[in-house]
Design a protein. Structure first.
Length: 164
């Protein structure tokens, strides 16, 4: 069993060095959802023990050649204690790691109708002028389409009156 760490907070560069990754990698993992975002405090932003443990666990899983999507699913599946044990595993070949599962863990599929706020809508994109676009829903009523067409006509008329 390893000795407990006394440090519980790290600045980005110190955390990255502690775990053996670049600061850019840490930010990327936060963006991808592999790590929780730290409370933002500008230059005083600090990362905690959970970040360190998760980063070390990610390194172990990467050494097992798991893709990031599979690693994310594994991180969600593991309890905090299992995550800590995994993070304390040696990294690299011949480290006594259990074999990689044949099929990496998958995220459970979302059931249809579970989230009523998600809707798919298709839009037509009209380029009205350089730097100006109008997006019109394919389900838009005739009045809305007529209004959009009128806006386009007005812009065309105004462009005809300006010298090139």
């Amino acid at each position: 069993m390893s000795t407990p760490k006394t440090q519980t907070e790290w600045k980005l560069a110190a955390l990255a060095e502690e775990v053996g990754v670049s600061p850019r990698t840490v930010r990327y993992y936060v963006q991808r959802g592999l790590l929780p975002a730290p409370p933002f405090k500008g230059p005083d932003t600090v990362y905690g023990e959970e970040h360190r443990v998760r980063l070390k666990a990610i390194r172990v899983l990467q050494a097992r050649f798991l893709p990031l999507d599979a690693i994310q699913a594994e991180l969600l599946r593991l309890s905090p204690e299992e995550l800590r044990r995994l993070s304390e595993s040696p990294v690299g070949p011949g480290s006594g790691m259990p074999p990689v599962p044949e099929e990496p863990p998958r995220m459970p599929p979302k059931r249809p109708g579970k989230d009523p706020t998600v809707e798919v809508a298709r839009y037509q994109r009209w380029l009205l002028a350089p730097g100006l676009e109008l997006h019109v829903s394919e389900q838009a009523e005739a009045k809305v389409r007529a209004l959009a067409e009128r806006v386009r006509a007005l812009i065309e008329e105004s462009e005809e009156g300006t010298p090139s």
